[in-house]
Design a protein around this ligand. Structure first.
Ligand code: AP5
Ligand code: MG
Length: 195
């Protein structure tokens, strides 16, 4: 292993909260690799792999892809890193994934350093996703699937906020504002934690 230190940050929040947008900005600024399980899955769908074909059915319904598939993808990405320096976007999404992540990071001598939640009210989330549907046509950005994604977030992913909160690793920030305002809040939350 090299001498550089590992760093693992999580960006959490409901669909449309700005995880992908902010992960991109933050990762560049801190020399981290952005690792988005949604992007990895969409790449499989584009390439027409078997995993992509199976995942597409679930993604189009707005439900989660099984933990085993997700962990396999994440492991092969982390295997490329030494030390592990990643910003995780949209992962973990279940307590099973969070436990498996902790175990996996342990093998690399790393741990989750901090989780940040982007807080955005549901009306604004729907506005953003409907507007993205018009611009980009992501196949899960339709009203019915958006509703399912929100419910899945509340039922299966929101409990992770307590999981990381109980470990003293969670900060929640206001995700409404300009992109620069939100980036600045994220940076403040990260530097506050480092002190
Ligand atoms: P995933 O790709 O992770 O999608 P998501 O969580 O539903 O979230 P989005 O990507 O839609 O939103 P975001 O928070 O990244 O916001 P963004 O920056 O894009 O997952 C998709 C599917 O894959 C899941 O449903 C599941 O099936 C599967 N999957 C993925 N990971 C999985 C896992 N770990 N386990 C199991 N299944 C998994 O911003 C949204 C829009 O708002 C954009 O148009 C953006 O330009 C705009 N915007 C951003 N910030 C602002 C702002 N401050 N003001 C105004 N507009 C803004
Ligand atoms: Mg995203």
């Amino acid at each position: 292993m090299s001498n550089a230190v590992s760093e693992v940050l999580l960006l959490m929040g409901p669909p449309g909260a700005g995880k992908g947008t902010q992960a991109q900005r933050l990762a560049e600024g801190r020399g981290l690799t952005k690792l988005s399980t949604g992007d990895l899955l969409r790449d499989h769908v584009r390439r027409g792999t078997q995993l992509g074909t199976e995942a597409k059915v679930l993604m189009d319904q707005g439900v989660l892809v099984p933990d085993e598939i997700i962990m396999g993808m994440v492991k092969s990405e982390l295997d490329k890193q030494d030390p592990v320096r990643v910003l995780l976007d949209g992962f973990p999404r279940t307590t099973g994934q969070a436990d498996a992540l902790e175990e996996l990071l342990g093998e690399y001598g790393a741990q989750v350093d901090q989780a940040i939640e982007l807080v955005v009210d549901e009306d604004e989330l729907v506005r953003r996703l409907v507007s993205r549907a018009a611009q980009e046509g992501r196949s899960d950005d339709n009203e019915e699937t958006i509703r399912t994604r929100m419910k899945v977030y509340r039922d299966q992913t929101a409990p992770l906020l307590e999981y990381y909160g109980a470990k003293g690793k969670l900060s929640s920030i206001d995700g409404v504002g300009t992109l620069d305002e939100v980036t600045e809040r994220l940076q403040d939350a990260l530097s506050a934690e480092a002190q």
